[in-house]
Design a protein around this ligand. Structure first.
Ligand code: ZN
Ligand code: ZN
Length: 334
């Protein structure tokens, strides 16, 4: 931990005083340089909630924010105006930056963070600010995976590979979207227990049992309508085996650079499968919808958070995350 100069919001940016920041597996990947290498002194943290502290020059203030208002900060920091952004695909923005994860764009494990104003999303005043931090990565990503990329419909079945933060959020959201059969797959009993608590109708311990056989059993040998791969290891082939004919497989976890997977291309064609990538979400489209689900009392993000840490204990939070001791770890910055 060290003293750094407070960031100064640039043109069109908002300065946010950070209250809480979730710890995410992507941070562990970033530390090990599985993604783009980061310079020394880079500040991690991309699951941020806090309060508006000030505005840079030329802000248009699209959400009508005032100083002190509670907000969440998207880790997808799009430019907001290019053709991709205009089409609604902000996650594909050619000028995309990710606070905490891309060089030169500092994250939220600090007192202040400066970000483009359109990715600072307001929260109703009565929502717990600490709990809301996890909306911006774990829930935002799984929301886009289920709703927009996977197009999960009521009554459909879903298998979620990997019951970390994003996978567990996907299970919780699947119950909200009316999925009938929800299978959680992981290798840690603790995570499978959380999956049950958040709404999984079936769980599979892949360290002991074969997920393919058990998922087929749970779906009358049909396979699931939608499979979500929320683990960073390339296991695509077995995920594809549990999807029904004509079904969809959405890959959510960011795989390390250089990952390659072998695929049964005959099975892929004969099953008429859809293999779909999901990179984060579009902040202006998806985050306000998530916030309104929370405000309506339909989604409780606090259920995902196992433990809060002081910011002196930030390293302990990442250790616990890595060892699977927490579903989501949230660091209190204030
Ligand atoms: Zn994340
Ligand atoms: Zn853009």
């Amino acid at each position: 931990m060290e003293d750094v100069e407070d960031p100064v919001p640039e043109r069109g940016e908002v300065l946010v005083r950070v209250e809480a920041c979730g710890a995410c597996h992507s941070d562990l990947h970033a530390m090990r340089e599985h993604f783009v290498p980061l310079e020394e002194g880079h500040i991690l943290g991309h699951e941020i909630s806090g309060r508006v502290e000030g505005f840079g020059p030329d802000c248009r203030n699209p959400y009508g924010l005032s100083e002190g208002d509670p907000v969440i900060v998207s880790w997808i920091a799009s430019c907001g105006v290019c053709d991709d952004c205009s089409r609604g695909d902000e996650n594909l923005c050619r000028y995309l930056e990710m606070p905490g994860l891309t060089p030169g764009r500092q994250g939220g494990l600090a007192e202040f963070v400066a970000v483009p104003e359109h990715v600072v999303i307001p929260l109703p005043a009565d929502l717990p600010l600490e709990e809301a931090s996890v909306l911006s990565c774990a829930y935002g990503t799984s929301y886009n995976a289920l709703r927009n990329r996977g197009r999960l419909r009521p009554g459909e079945s879903i298998a979620v590979f990997g019951c970390g933060g994003v996978g567990l959020a996907a299970i919780q959201l699947a119950t909200l979207f009316g999925a009938s059969t929800i299978v959680g797959i992981d290798i840690l009993e603790r995570k499978l227990q959380w999956a049950r608590e958040l709404g999984a109708t079936h769980v599979v311990d892949a360290s002991k049992d074969d997920p393919v056989g058990l998922i087929l059993e749970a779906t009358d040998q049909r396979g699931v309508d939608l499979a979500i791969e929320a683990i960073p290891g390339p296991k695509l082939e077995s995920s594809m085996e549990v999807v029904r004919r004509g079904g969809r497989l959405v890959v959510v976890g960011l795989h390390p650079m250089g990952s390659r997977v072998p695929l049964d291309m005959m099975g892929f064609s004969m099953y008429n499968l859809s293999l779909i990538a999901c990179l984060g979400y579009s902040p202006r489209r998806d985050l306000p919808q998530l916030v309104s689900l929370v405000a309506a009392g339909r989604l409780d993000p606090g259920k995902l958070i196992s433990r809060y840490y002081t910011w002196q204990a930030v390293n302990e939070a990442y250790r616990d995350l890595e060892r699977g001791r927490v579903a989501r770890a949230v660091i209190r910055i204030r």
